[in-house]
Design a protein around this ligand. Structure first.
Ligand SMILES: Nc1ncnc2c1ncn2[C@@H]1O[C@H](COP(=O)(O)OP(=O)(O)OP(=O)(O)O)[C@@H](O)[C@H]1O
Ligand SMILES: [Mg+2]
Length: 349
């Protein structure tokens, strides 16, 4: 199971947008995804169309009163589940101050509920999971933990973020390439290094995702060059970001991505042919490809319902954003993803 903390203590850089839409893209590729909303602002919860006040159990109860994942998880769509958040979670920072081992609560809970043991496996039950019942709520036909656990972190380096870093094996850093984008990066990497050194030797920074990119601007190119230089200068095999990359996929500024949270929909439900859907789908493929190698990524989609559109859609022009030459040339087909049915004749299966 890839356990990914989506983290940058800088606010408004695209963490939640990335968590929600990356999760939706991976789910549509056939991977089972569980999202943990670790932010008291509950933006990911709202983005998925879940009203935090309707949650019987949330991340707050999970961290403070031993509620099980099974009780807190909410099934959203095929392959996609959520443990939601609530403003109450802000109190956890204070309530956990005196609790011994407060940084490892989430890690221990996941170990207990999601770890699987291959010993004693049977064809009917290939893995004996610590929480088979939980696995059943994720997907009734598959008695396994999710393939991806995505944690949407708050814009701070407090106890909630520490719990995510301790439970994760990867960190994804969304970064908006603008003035002072790298300000705070040293502090972030320092925190990751400390957690790696003291609590979680598995932790590594997978990479930086450039979000809200204004294509063809000099500033974006300059920030990217600075970032590359920043990462290169800090390469050291002992450090958890020794192999961190800048993802080839850039998430362009796209008005549809800004609109979809207020509709409680992912970009694939709200605007499946937009640049935003295309970019997050590409990011999901890249995340898989970098991990498993080119061949596996090419075969990754299973029943994903991915259809290729013959020509670029006018939606691209609606966004007012030019397309990314590095990812798609002008004649490359656009993507219609998932179950959202395209207008007749627009997509070929
Ligand atoms: N690619 C994009 N194009 C246009 N708007 C975007 C894009 N990505 C995110 N946004 C918008 O920018 C704002 C900040 O994004 P988001 O909430 O994902 O950031 P965040 O890092 O999670 O913020 P916070 O630190 O408050 O948790 C939101 O209004 C979101 O809809
Ligand atoms: Mg957020």
């Amino acid at each position: 199971m890839r356990r990914i903390a989506i983290l940058n203590q800088k606010g408004g850089v695209g963490k939640t947008t990335t968590t929600v839409n990356l999760a939706a893209a991976l789910a549509r590729l056939g991977y089972r995804v569980l999202v943990l909303d670790m932010d008291p602002q509950a933006h990911a919860t709202l983005h998925f169309g879940v009203d935090p006040t309707t949650l019987d159990h949330s991340m707050y109860e999970l961290l403070t009163s031993g509620t099980s994942l099974r009780e807190a998880v909410r099934h959203l769509a095929p392959n996609l589940s959520l443990v939601g958040s609530h403003i109450d979670l802000a109190a956890a920072e204070v309530e956990l101050v005196g609790v011994v081992g407060r940084e490892v609560i989430l890690r221990d809970l996941l170990r207990k509920e999601l770890s699987c043991d291959e010993q004693g496996a049977t064809p009917a039950m290939p893995l004996r999971c610590g929480a088979t019942a939980f696995a059943l709520t994720l997907d009734r036909d598959r008695h396994e933990p999710p393939d991806f656990l995505l944690m949407d972190c708050p814009p701070s380096l407090g106890i909630l973020t520490l719990n995510a870093l301790t439970a994760a094996n990867e960190v994804l850093i969304p970064l908006q390439p603008h003035f002072l984008a790298l300000h705070g990066m040293s502090k972030l990497l320092e925190t990751i290094a400390l957690v790696h050194q003291r609590i979680n030797r598995q932790l590594r920074v997978t990479g930086v995702v450039l979000c809200m990119v204004e294509t063809n601007t000099k500033l974006a190119a300059e920030v990217e060059a600075d970032l590359r230089d920043f990462l290169e200068r800090r390469r050291d095999s002992r450090l958890p970001w020794a192999e961190a990359v800048i993802f080839d996929t850039r998430i362009r500024r796209n008005i549809r991505l800004a609109e979809c949270p207020s509709h409680g929909k992912t970009i694939f439900e709200y605007a499946p042919t937009s640049n935003g859907a295309r970019d997050y789908f590409d990011l999901a493929l890249e995340l898989v490809r970098r991990h498993e190698g080119e061949h596996d990524a090419a075969t990754a989609p299973t029943g994903a319902g991915v259809a290729l559109q013959e020509s670029a859609r006018s939606e691209d022009q609606l966004d007012g954003a030019s397309r990314q030459p590095s990812q798609h040339d002008a004649t490359e087909p656009a993507i219609c993803v998932g179950e959202t049915k395209p207008a007749e004749g627009e997509c070929t299966q």
